[in-house]
Ligand binder design. Sequence first.
Ligand SMILES: [Fe+2]
Length: 440
Amino acid sequence: MPVAQRQVVHRPLLLDRLADARANTDNLFSIVRPDAVYERPIPERHRIIFYIGHLEAFEWNLLHERALGLHPFHSEFDRLFAFGIDPVGGGLPTDRPEDWPVIADVRNYVEQVRSAIDEGLQERLSSEKPSRELTQLLEVAIEHRLMHAETLAYMLHQLPIDRKIRPTFHAETVVAPVAPEMVDIPAGTVTLGLRRDSGAFGWDNEFEAHVVDVPRFSIDRYKVTNWQFLEFLDAGGYEERRFWSESAWAWKQEHAISHPGFWRRHGDSWLQRTMFQEVPLPMDWPVYVSHAEASAYANWAGKCLPTEAEWHRAAYGTLDGNERNYPWGNETPNRKLGNFDFQRWDATPVGSHAEGKSAFGVADMLGNGWEWTSTLFAPFSGFEPFPFYLGYSADFFDNKHFVMKGGSPRTALCMLRRSFRNWFQPHYPYVYAGFRCVSH
Ligand SMILES: [Fe+2]
């Protein structure tokens, strides 16, 4: 077999996935005007320049010694770009743009890291089948980058529109409006988590698999829309103390929160701040709000947010007791089934993807916005942190973060697996996250 042909045959899928993930984040940074890379769109987070260096620094720090036997060539940047900021507690960062390296040096570092990693991986993977350990490290690198592709989208959403370069225009999805209604879900069992002996990749918090009994309940067929949330707002929901927990009320008062973070008042009406423009509030889009606001709405409506187990039951359960891999069945996700995998920058109307509904007829469980649950983020029985990334989940088992399930327009396909768990603190208003309510 000619050498070139053999290389093509042996180019591992993981390297293609890494290359695709890099192209994805490169495209994302390309929407930032060159004179805006030192800006800080979210006060609690780093400046954009940090993230340009961070993705490579993380991969280098993860792989160079453990997987590739390579020596550091820029230890200063390896440290400078190593860690992000979690905004719970603590003051706001006070660094100045001039505290950061010039962009040309950061881009040079990125190029050098990519070349070194690619050469090292090609060498290892052309001579041996990837070990389970190496596969796991590469999955971590790829999913870490793709998670940042999503959280960076939240961040760039907050960058003023005139600081961004708009790529291609997508025609808006128009569907017949749907009426809110609830669906009865009979009692049953759900499997949360992933079996360690399955060999499938999952983050540390996805293990171990276990079965949970779920009593009957009913759940909204669609995510709560802007229109429904506007009813809550117009009814004075933001001023009514009893709908808010003590900490949520304190947060709301301190930051003068009086409407969803993605809305802006315009005279007598409301605008939605999309990634590249402000548009009249699309009434049939899912509302994106913090956990605190979602909980207040549920209290006002006399309902609750679902637990993680209830959410699973509505998404993956069936009448015959079997569980599906995805809400629609076992077919791997494709773009007809939901608004996910970077197809769009923003939401579509609820109910836009009828083929993606669950066995119980619940719509849009994957994509079009994460969904808040009432479940505090905590380890499953049998949890073990990754030895190479001890704090990935464990740093957040603090009873201050809530589990989110589902996925947003900017969630990669690989993270639509059933066991994937996302989590955020309840007062962070920038996430593409909405909710639906349950009754018991
Ligand atoms: Fe990171």
